[in-house]
Design a protein around this ligand. Sequence first.
Ligand code: CA
Length: 236
Amino acid sequence: MAEKILIIEDEEETLEYLRLGLELEKYNVITATTGNEGLSLTKRELPNLIILDLGLPDVDGIDVCKEIKQATNTRTIPVIILTARTTTTDKVVGLEAGADDYLSKPFEIKELVARMKALFRRLEFYAPQPDEILHKGGIVLDVGKHKVTIEFKADLDLSPKEFQLLYLLMKNSEKVLERSYLLKSLWGYTESVESRTVDVHIQRLRRKLSDQVLKFTEHLNKRIVTMEGFGYKFVD
Ligand code: CA
């Protein structure tokens, strides 16, 4: 079955370019030209992927993204941000808002489709149950509430990617997860070139865990073990 793609874009020309390009690729395309229309279509249609322009007439695309990524039933829908803003800050803000990828305008359909396929590939790996709760090594991860709690006392404030990373590590505890597997699962990349991305996220996750160490459990950050040359492992 063809994946349903929602395009939220106010510029007619870009919208038509996207629609035609994606329909040629046999995707089922639906469109919105404002942020609010995009949000209500997201809730009603539950698309498989959203292409979101940042410069919209009513609401900022960043806020649209945040809302999609905060609602329980829409947060797993991948979002690709389209931006004419080229500064690194905008990209970082977009990714922090939970966007899964971004593309700077002007772009080619081919590039977009490659990114979309990478995200769909990722979903084959990362597919938690909506009501899943993992409880291991003093850490409770609640998929439905998108919440991580340490020993039922303190909440951990994680970005969507850090949350997904911790989920995969906890889900596969005591198993070594290779960097390439984590990359494919969470970013959809297949290139080993980018493997530093995983390391950076692991470091951040460890830092957040170690901030809790003094308050509660000792060595909480040591739950994530580096397997030199391979990847990472969560120890119970
Ligand atoms: Ca625009």
